[in-house]
Design a binder for this molecule. Structure first.
Ligand SMILES: Cc1cc2nc3c(=O)[nH]c(=O)nc-3n(C[C@H](O)[C@H](O)[C@H](O)COP(=O)(O)O)c2cc1C
Length: 435
């Protein structure tokens, strides 16, 4: 069932359904509390998969700062506001969205569940939220677009060091129906992530999360050139294969398109991984490169990963269509500013230019009340990240959909209980800083 948030109160609909099922002895498939959701997912996931999803950079101070920033704000509800129904709709990049909530782009979803990107995107559609498909997806964007059957999605780009590859990914996104291009700028390198480092685990090195690349014609040509260049060269003495090396080779072969038994004997899956590691990102990019994005696409462009107000001003001056405040869920820079702490400064900087472009936000949102706070601080819409991955890990597509519905329901009820019939009423003066 898709929830029409304009007609009905999504909060009461979801809440009543849970209590009604409870009277027949059925409990929600996924915990409704963000903390318990994470604990349940940890039990369901492999150590590596959970480490990859839950882990952040360094001592994880940024991840803690993301949560602590929410604790510094309190909602001050107003009464007798006459809120029998809420309108949670918002206009973003030329289209009305039923909810001010998006699925933040998340890579390697196959490590959570085999439903992976298709399941997550369809869960978003069920819950009335637009999914943002990742460049590090486990399924090609065309497959996800087909599974969505024409409903809306955005595409997130990691701007490769190979411009032709970046352009090819963008043109595929346009061709399969993406509505907007989100360019993530905080990942010129992968952050220092002890949970993954201590397990020696990088999913991409096993061929996981590189489906957008292995399905790309430009990328495939790069791989063919690498294979041709190494053909006939003496690889030198080879170390004896260890069981772990054999498992990695098998994983690469399984994750590569085509029959695994052919891939095992082919140099291509390994060359694909090595090529990916070479071209993944472009640390040389500067603001002077932003106009080239415009030449690559006619889609609206959103820059993701901004925290500094001056960067937001530059983004608006560069003519982008939106900015996305995020610290990648604390996965990139340890001891970074909490994303919510950065939000008001960015909103003020953008509005000071006179621009009305949307300011999107994510990093640390675990509930509908969190989303309310971010909206009150000026976010136009809020990205949900890890929680939907945990739902996916627990129960596939339906689990992810349930998590998203719970967050939407709580946002709707919080608005109703705080006396806000529409998003226009969710303003900074509804908040106080906590003592
Ligand atoms: C496992 C994982 C993979 C991610 N992959 C991507 C990605 O491919 N592209 C991207 O722009 N952001 C990626 N992100 C960042 C999310 O888009 C989002 O900014 C982050 O999850 C927000 O933090 P939160 O989940 O703690 O709320 C990833 C985050 C996680 C947890």
């Amino acid at each position: 069932m898709r929830y029409n948030t304009r007609m009905a109160s999504v909060g009461r609909t979801v809440q009543s359904a849970i209590y009604r099922a409870g009277s027949f002895g059925r409990r929600p498939t996924v915990p409704t509390d963000g903390g318990q959701l994470e604990t349940a997912a940890e039990r369901a996931m492999s150590r590596r998969a959970f480490g990859y999803v839950a882990g952040s950079a360094g001592g994880e101070a940024t991840a803690r700062a993301n949560r602590a920033a929410f604790d510094r704000w309190s909602i001050v509800p107003r009464v007798l506001a006459g809120t029998p129904e809420r309108d949670l709709g918002v206009e973003l990049l030329g289209r009305r969205h039923d909810l001010p909530l998006l699925l933040s782009p998340i890579g390697v979803l196959s490590s959570a569940h085999e439903d992976a990107d298709v399941g997550a995107a369809r869960a978003g559609r069920t819950a009335g939220m637009t999914p943002v498909l990742s460049t590090q997806a486990s399924r090609p964007m065309e497959e996800v677009a087909a599974a969505l059957g024409g409903s809306d999605f955005w595409y997130q780009l990691y701007w490769s060091s190979d411009d032709d590859l970046a352009a090819s990914l963008v043109s595929r996104a346009e061709a399969c129906g993406a509505e907007a291009l989100v360019v993530t700028l905080d990942t010129a390198y992968l952050g220092w992530r002890p949970r993954d480092l201590d397990l020696g685990h990088l999913p991409f090195a096993r061929g996981e999360g590189i489906a957008q690349y292995t399905s790309d014609p430009v990328f495939r040509r790069l791989v063919e050139a690498r294979v041709a260049a190494s053909a006939g060269t003496d690889p030198g003495p080879q170390p004896r294969p260890t069981p772990a090396a054999v498992r990695t080779l098998l994983a690469m072969s399984r994750n590569h398109p085509g029959p695994t038994r052919d891939n095992v004997r082919s140099p291509v899956p390994r060359a694909a991984v090595e090529t990916f590691l070479d071209v993944f990102s472009n640390p040389s990019l500067t603001w002077d490169d932003v106009p080239r994005l415009r030449e690559m696409t006619s889609l609206p462009v959103v820059l993701k990963g901004l925290l500094h107000p001056d960067d937001a001003t530059r983004a608006v001056e560069a003519g982008v269509d939106g900015v996305w405040v995020s610290n990648h869920g604390g996965r990139q820079v340890d001891r970074s500013v909490g994303a919510l702490d950065a939000l008001p400064g960015v909103v003020d900087a953008v509005r000071a230019t006179g621009s009305a472009v949307p300011v999107l936000f994510d990093s640390g949102v675990r509930s509908g009340a969190d989303a309310f706070v971010a909206l009150a601080l000026g976010a136009s819409a809020v990205g949900i990240g890890r929680p939907y991955v945990y739902g996916l890990a627990l129960a596939g597509e339906p689990g992810a959909a349930e998590v998203l519905r719970h967050i939407a329901a709580e946002l709707d009820l919080t608005m109703g209980l705080a006396g806000c019939p529409t998003l226009a009423d969710v303003t900074r003066d509804r908040l106080r800083t906590s003592p």
